[in-house]
Design a protein around this ligand. Structure first.
Ligand code: MN
Length: 199
């Protein structure tokens, strides 16, 4: 079963004005799909790897044959990260955390505002291309950032929330102003999706 580009769970323009339609179109239909295609191409000669779910493939990245490990890591990581990114955003979302994750965030970081500040800083200060994350590691919540295709799943942690800070994620609308993009992105966080992962 080949890996597939997930359909967006909302319209291309649904994240306006915080994320513009053209950015979403290019990001999903050009960038994300390319990672999916390249992942499938890397797996072409490995039917046993084709049987694995994306999650299992990434969790077991160390046992992927060396000849394709980097390609699987790069493209599989990017496929996972982008699929999750679309899922944890939505129209009419944002605001403070709600549901079970809200209490967990408060106990881990002191307050939602403190969490938001720390997460934003991790995303802002990631040098070059990468991602900002809220993860569960050893039963505790933690904030981290990864470079390029890096995905906490490959390190044995559970990703709960993610922001894409590659320039292609914001450059059309925000140009070099990554901080403005991050500030606007908080209006898109789909806490229901985060709670589903937290369970
Ligand atoms: Mn991206």
């Amino acid at each position: 079963m080949a890996h597939e580009l997930p359909l967006l769970p909302y319209a291309y323009n649904a994240l306006e004005p915080h994320m513009d339609e053209l950015t979403v179109r290019i990001h999903h239909d050009k960038h994300h799909v390319t990672y999916v295609n390249n992942l499938n191409a890397a797996l072409e000669k490995y039917p046993e790897l084709q049987q694995k779910s994306l999650d299992d493939l990434l969790k077991g990245i160390g046992s992927v044959p060396e000849a394709v490990r980097t390609a699987v890591r790069n493209n599989g990581g990017q496929h996972y990260n982008h699929s999750m990114y679309w899922e944890v955003m939505g129209p009419g979302a944002g605001g403070p955390a709600k549901g079970p994750i809200a209490g967990a965030i408060t106990s881990a970081f002191g307050s939602f505002e403190a969490f938001k500040e720390q997460f934003s800083k991790a995303a802002l200060t990631r040098f070059g291309s990468g991602w900002g994350w809220l993860v569960k590691a050893d039963g505790k919540l933690a904030i981290e950032s990864t470079s390029n295709e890096g995905c906490p799943l490959m390190e044995g942690r559970t990703p709960l929330l993610v922001i894409d800070v590659w320039e292609h994620a914001y450059y059309l609308k925000y140009q070099n102003r990554r901080a403005d993009f991050i500030a606007a992105w908080w209006n898109l966080v789909n806490w229901d999706a985060v709670n589903k992962r937290f369970k």
